[in-house]
Design a binder for this molecule. Structure first.
Ligand code: ATP
Length: 868
């Protein structure tokens, strides 16, 4: 039996039992039952069970379990029970957090999974690539990732990059002709397309022959390592910091243990205390807080149309100082409508064309032929520039499909933003006509004749000047201008880009793409936030200036540069000028990477948007590559770290605001954890140095660890977005999270908590017994840490940001407060938790002391932290 590449397209279609109408729903279902889904097997995910047991791998937990065992042997069953409960609750909490975070990251991934365009039930539809089945007709165009192996049945200049399979970085030209030999290496199967490769140029259709693990890449691929998300730089540095801190705390605990022993305290008691102190003081939650806050933060961003593909991007977002944005579709609506045409040397408004005039009709018809867009029942499919031409045709009762049927297309050189041209060849009556449309600047040098009412004449300088003048006037009004030209060619003449010359000029078509209404405010908010917005466009300079001015992006025309001029600059020269440039016109995707690099050389963190296949390198080079979700190609999405589901510039700005909030929430949560823990250590050190009794029982420390660590920290991590974050300058990306200021704050806030706790302890000691003293110290430490949660919400006073604006902090506080009082007052628990009954006076005193750190903190913030 011959291989697919040896068969003709008809044979392949017959064999796979498909027609050009594509598969029916029934076919798809049947094939899915037989062949399964188009998926590559992934590495195993950790089960919830394994995550739960993973919580017991921690050295501290193991030590605690040993301690529980020792207590049990010594007959202290109550201690054993408490320790076990604490360990279990900790593990449950850890598991829930882990699983929740995983789930939300997982759903994020699903949002950005690739799509495929297939013919089904005689209609072209977009489906998730895992639903592609053998026999599907897969439509391919530049920028598409190929989601299954298949035999080509149509190819128009189709070029595919197969480097993921063959290692060859140059794209391969594809055709539909059968290949004779049976054993051909993949690289030479030029009539087949393979999973994992992508289209760099042209268009084509393949009939799917293999999916999932049956595809060529499936056969060679090891299990995809997608199960584990790589840790972000912040997580890594926090984990490292956590390890160092743990070492420091362990040393302190060993010292306290030794001193206690030296002072004659019992071995077991000293050991239990040292271990509990270590558990309470080591912020195990450090790394997981980051994951949780990032996971919830990215969920929120996805709802606001920004899908994060690479988690580390969230951290860099807050440091973005330059946003390089495409104009069309991102700053503008991407809804083009024709305003004017220039034909027969006259400018005519779009609604005053006369189709009885041959030249005006010729312009309309050619605009419909050199065009792939379709409009049916208000449904628009295709490039907005081309849709505008289709709509213009409809205005004069020319249906694009009828016109195209009457003048069948023989071939096409697809549009590409480097050439800025598109060419099609048609059978028009008995002649073969080549039609080219594209940017005026590139098409004008390629014409040598023009259509006039007197017939076709040679183009003079005067004609050219007039065309340029009209183009300038159109552009100055912010219009995108297309030129249309044609020439007759020999029948069966194969053409390529070299043939786009000696053309006959027909006319110009000027279309309006209004700026998005949100753009102006978003640009303004960027500037206020110290972020420089940059506009990049393939359009003419004058068009770019008009739009840039309208949205408040451009002050001075000297800040504009054009592609050809960039070409003349060396990288060094571009770098010198880059900070003075705001608008880049007539650029090609290749320039984008140079622009990104120039800004990065100047020490900036750059976000760059992109949609086309050639935007990949610039998107990868940028610190934040932003792909368009609607108009973007799969290749662009794959190269990006963030995808905008609404293609809107203002979404980038709100994503940056979210990024800034998320980072500061993480910082605040960590500040909370560290300052509270520092408080506990200070009290113990104080008591040890002065030779006082132990201020806390081990069970107190375990209880505090359980209640005042994770819950309030997560609540702080969920602090709602504060509008004022966009009034700060971007954060210096090289500034470590735990810088000197933060460390000082940890120590000072820790001291405040420690002072309150020590006062309570001393008052308790004066009252006589050590049990009352440690109960008072424990209650004060626990409560003041819970209240301190409100301090850590922001660097501003809680009365400025709103006492009730983060209800999670209240929830965490109330849970903690209730649990603490249950332990203090429930008769069954008092002995288990080693607490003495407190008088109302003592309790009042504790409340007062616990609010002290809060009051001092708020007093400082109200007086010294300037509100913006
Ligand atoms: P921007 O760069 O502003 O985001 P864009 O990505 O749509 O816009 P390109 O698509 O590169 O820019 O278009 C550049 C130029 O190519 C346009 O100014 C226009 O003259 C021409 N052009 C755009 N679309 C087509 C098309 N479908 N056929 C022919 N020429 C086109």
């Amino acid at each position: 039996m011959s291989e697919y590449h040896q068969q003709t397209t008809v044979e392949v279609m017959e064999k796979l039992d498909v027609t050009y109408q594509g598969l029916s729903d029934y076919d798809v279902q049947r094939r899915q039952e037989i062949y399964g889904y188009n998926e590559l097997a992934e590495g195993k995910r950790t089960s919830t069970f394994a995550v739960f047991f993973g919580q017991f791998k921690d050295l501290l937990v193991i030590i605690l379990l040993v301690a529980a065992f020792i207590s049990f042997l010594l007959g202290e069953v109550e201690s054993t029970i408490v320790i076990l409960i604490v360990v279990l609750l900790n593990a449950i909490l850890g598991t829930v957090q882990h699983v929740k975070a995983e789930q939300s990251l997982e759903s994020l991934k699903a949002l950005s999974s690739p799509l495929a365009k297939v013919m089904r039930n005689n209609q072209l539809v977009e489906i998730p690539s895992e639903d592609v089945v053998v026999g599907d007709l897969l439509s391919l165009e530049a920028g598409d990732y190929i989601s299954a192996d298949g035999r080509l049945v149509e190819s128009h200049n189709l070029q595919i990059n197969e480097s993921s399979l063959t290692g060859e970085s140059l794209a391969v030209s594809k055709s539909t002709a059968p290949i004779q030999e049976e054993h051909v290496p993949i690289a030479e199967k030029t009539n087949m397309a393979f999973t994992g490769s992508f289209v760099t140029n042209g268009r084509g259709v393949v009939i799917v022959t293999a999916i999932g693990m049956e595809s060529e890449i499936g056969k060679i691929a090891n299990l995809l390592d997608t199960a584990k998300e790589k840790k972000t730089p912040l997580q890594v540095s926090l984990n490292q910091f956590g390890e160092k801190l743990a070492l420091g705390i362990t040393m302190i605990c060993v010292a306290i243990f030794t001193i206690d022993l030296f002072r004659g305290r019992e071995l077991v008691e000293s050991f239990m205390f040292a271990v509990s102190l270590a558990v309470a003081a080591i912020p195990e939650a450090l790394g997981s807080i980051v994951t949780i806050v990032l996971a919830f933060g990215t969920q929120k961003m996805a709802k606001e149309h920004a899908i994060i593909r690479k988690l580390y991007a969230v951290e860099s977002l807050g440091s973005v100082s330059v946003i390089c944005s495409d104009k069309t579709g991102t700053l503008t609506e991407n809804k083009m409508t024709v305003q004017h045409v220039y034909v027969n040397q006259k400018v005519i408004p779009h609604d005053q064309l006369q189709t009885k005039h041959a030249l005006e009709k010729s312009l309309l018809i050619k605009g419909l032929l050199c065009n792939n867009a379709v409009e049916r029942d208000q449904n628009e499919i295709g490039d907005p520039t081309e849709i505008a031409l289709v709509k213009l045709g409809k205005q004069y009762n020319f249906d694009e499909l009828i016109v195209r049927n009457l003048n069948p297309r023989i071939m096409e050189i697809p549009f590409d933003s480097d050439r800025k041209l598109m060419t099609t060849v048609h059978q028009v009556n008995k002649q073969t006509v080549m039609i080219t449309k594209g940017g005026v600047d590139v098409l004008l040098p390629k014409i040598n004749r023009m259509e006039t009412s007197l017939g076709i004449v040679t183009v003079t300088d005067e004609h050219r000047n007039k065309i340029e003048e009209v183009n300038h006037d159109f552009s100055a009004n912010g219009l995108r201008v297309l030129a249309i030209a044609y020439k007759e060619i020999r029948t069966h003449q194969a053409i390529d880009v070299q043939d786009e010359r000696d053309l006959i000029f027909v006319g110009l078509i000027a279309m309006m793409d209004p700026p998005r209404k949100e753009s102006k405010a978003a640009v303004e908010s960027c500037i206020k936030a110290g972020i420089k917005p940059i506009m990049i466009t393939g359009d003419h300079k004058i068009t770019a200036i008009a739009i840039a001015r309208e949205i408040g992006l451009l002050k001075d025309s000297s800040e504009v540069i054009e592609g050809p001029e960039i070409e003349r600059l060396t990288d060094q020269q571009l770098e010198e000028r880059v900070e003075g440039l705001t608008v880049y016109a007539r650029v090609t995707p290749e320039h984008k990477i140079r622009i990104v690099k120039a800004w990065q050389e100047k020490g900036h963190v750059v976000a760059m948007t992109g949609d086309g296949v050639n935007d990949g390198p610039a998107l990868k080079q940028a610190d934040i590559g932003v792909a368009m979700g609607i108009t973007g190609t799969e290749v662009a999405k794959d190269a990006s770290s963030m995808v905008l589901t609404d293609d809107n510039f203002s979404t980038i700005v709100s994503a940056i605001a979210n990024g800034r909030s998320i980072y500061s929430n993480i910082k605040n949560a960590i500040l909370f954890l560290l300052s509270g823990n520092a408080g506990a250590i200070f009290v113990v050190l104080y008591a040890t140095v002065l030779g006082l009794p132990l201020p806390f029982a081990p069970v107190h420390l375990l209880f505090i660890n359980l209640l005042t660590d994770s819950l309030p920290a997560i609540a702080i991590g969920l602090e709602p977005h504060n509008k004022k974050t966009m009034k700060d300058k971007p954060r210096d990306i090289h500034m470590p999270l735990l810088n000197r200021r933060v460390t000082t704050q940890v120590v000072l806030e820790g001291l405040l908590i420690a002072i309150s706790t020590t006062i309570a302890f001393r008052i308790g000691l004066q009252a006589g017994d050590t049990l009352t003293a440690s109960t008072m110290a424990f209650t004060t430490l626990c409560l003041s840490r819970l209240i301190h949660g409100f301090n850590s919400r922001s660097k501003e006073s809680i009365f400025v940001i709103g006492v009730f604006s983060n209800m999670y902090t209240w929830l965490a506080f109330i849970i903690g407060f209730v649990c603490l009082h249950v332990v203090l007052f429930h008769p069954a628990l008092t002995s288990m938790f080693e607490v003495a009954p407190l008088s109302w006076r003592q309790l009042g005193l504790i409340y007062g002391l616990s609010v002290m750190p809060f009051l001092v903190n708020q007093w400082y913030k109200v007086l010294f932290v300037r509100s913006k």
